[in-house]
Design a protein around this ligand. Structure first.
Ligand SMILES: *Cc1c(COP(=O)(O)O)cnc(C)c1O
Length: 463
């Protein structure tokens, strides 16, 4: 399998090179040259497999430059850190199935991808004799999952900027209590946007980027999307065993990464297995407007109780756009250049095709908290605010003819303040994190100043 850019401007790459490149050199995103498909008889075999074995089967359709035994080992080690034997278990609560993706080390679904990505980076670097310095900004979840994915790994340093005092206390502690010498937490005196702007400026300094071999871990990395395809298929197969041939998924979405993995899974499986994907947004509804009217236009970011979805520009949207534009990289490039210039993309002409793939609903703050409260009262089950957005959209848009699987993207304790507003008390942290506040922590506080942060990275980076 070779990888190409959504903007058509690079020579095809092998998987390992695609993982190391992250963002394509022409500014586009990497995708497989063709999306693989599997036949129904394969599903008879797959439906008995444990998560890790299913992951190996699926990943090997997309990866042909890592020997089977090595891939098996990378997957095995990635999911050994999960506290549930099924990795992503599923439960039924009332009308919906809940696919719990939060049993990894940082309690959010990003662990599913980042535990694997850390191993992949280390594997490739060991073979090429290289090193890398990962640099990123986080508003909370991505940073802790990325740190957990690469802590203690050889030939990798990681520098994560977070806005000082503006993440939840738990999110900050999940990052700063990791004391491995290859982990550098920088608390920036400023907002997330300040931190993000500094990271972008450092990446745009091409000399610096090349000298320190800067790498990114945000959801534009193809390996992250790929790792997430697995749990859609895993959940589908569980329902298939119960006699359901066709299911829907509801996905709380910010950067379009998780739901794009659903799109790949839907293409992979025989037609109709995944009937539709419900794209759930919070008050930041650019993607809901896109599905409803073909209007993809940037708005103001609004702060909500599901902060990991407080996003206006969905960094993975371009991958779907590539298929919407009939795999025409030139058309995607024109669209994205136009969007960069005007903040707006008119896709009304594609509405019919989009409606075949997605249904969408934006969920308000009041609805989100009410859904958490209802589920707690009716079923004694606690939803985190992101998951609640997806559950509410599923309850509104589901088709009673088919089961709907709601992706549970974070453990409720991770967003205790919002949950407490909904039910009147804080959910307890799981045992592995219960003593977080008593652990030693390490973090450097710096001004939101490009020079100061670049100097800090240069002084500490591998080279
Ligand atoms: C990152 C995140 C999301 C959004 O995922 P995308 O891939 O950006 O759509 C949803 N919920 C939680 C808890 C997250 O951390």
């Amino acid at each position: 399998m070779r990888y190409i850019s959504t903007r058509g401007g690079i020579a095809p790459l092998r998987f390992q090179d695609a993982v190391m490149m992250g963002l394509a050199r022409d500014g586009g995103l990497l995708l497989p040259e063709t999306l693989p498909t599997v036949a129904a008889d394969m599903l008879d075999r797959w439906q008995h497999l444990p998560y890790q074995y299913l992951a190996r089967e699926i990943l090997s359709l997309f990866i042909d430059d890592i020997p089977d035994n090595d891939l098996e080992d990378l997957i095995e080690r990635a999911y050994a850190s999960f506290t549930h034997p099924q990795v992503t278990p599923m439960t039924k609560q009332g009308e919906v199935y809940i696919l719990e993706l939060f049993h990894g080390p940082t309690l959010a679904f990003k662990d599913v991808a980042l535990q694997l990505l850390g191993n992949l980076f280390e594997y490739v670097l060991a073979r090429t004799g290289g090193f890398m310095n990962i640099l990123g900004a986080t508003s909370g979840d991505t940073g802790s999952a990325a740190i957990a994915g690469v802590r203690g790994k050889n030939n990798i340093d990681i520098f994560i900027l977070h806005p000082h005092g503006r993440t939840s206390p738990i999110q900050a502690l999940q990052m700063t209590t990791v004391l491995d010498p290859n982990v550098f937490n920088i608390a920036v005196r400023g907002t997330f946007d300040d931190a993000q702007a500094i990271v972008k400026a450092i990446f745009n300094d091409l000399d610096f980027r090349d000298r320190y071999r800067l790498g990114a871990v945000n959801s534009i990395n193809w390996a992250r999307v790929l790792a997430q395809v697995v749990y859609y298929v895993y959940a589908y197969l569980k329902l298939r065993k119960l006699g359901h041939d066709s299911v829907d998924f509801s996905v709380p979405t910010g950067n379009f990464g998780d739901i794009f993995a659903g799109y790949v899974a839907r293409t992979l499986l025989p037609r109709g297995c995944i009937h539709s994907l419900i794209l759930a947004t919070n008050a930041n509804d650019i993607l809901t407007r896109f599905v409803a009217r073909g209007d993809y236009s940037r708005g103001q970011v609004q702060a909500t109780s599901s902060p990991s979805m407080d996003i206006q520009i969905a960094s993975n949207f371009e991958r779907y756009l590539y298929y919407l534009r009939g795999e025409d990289g030139g058309a995607v490039k024109r669209d994205m250049d136009g969007f960069a210039a005007t903040g707006r993309l008119d896709l009304a002409a594609c509405r019919q095709r989009v409606a075949e793939d997605f249904r969408s609903r934006s969920v308000s703050e009041v609805e989100t908290l009410a859904t958490i409260g209802d589920f707690h009262r009716q079923y004694g089950y606690l939803l985190d605010p992101h998951t609640a957005v997806g559950v509410k959209a599923a309850l509104e848009l589901r088709d009673p003819a088919r089961p709907v699987v709601c992706l549970a993207t974070a453990h409720p304790a991770k967003f205790g303040a919002a949950v407490s507003r909904a039910i009147g008390s804080q959910p307890p942290l799981p045992p592995a994190l219960a003593d977080l506040e008593n652990r030693d922590s390490r973090c450097t506080v710096l001004d939101a100043d490009l020079g100061a942060i670049r100097d800090f990275v240069a002084a500490n980076a591998l080279q």
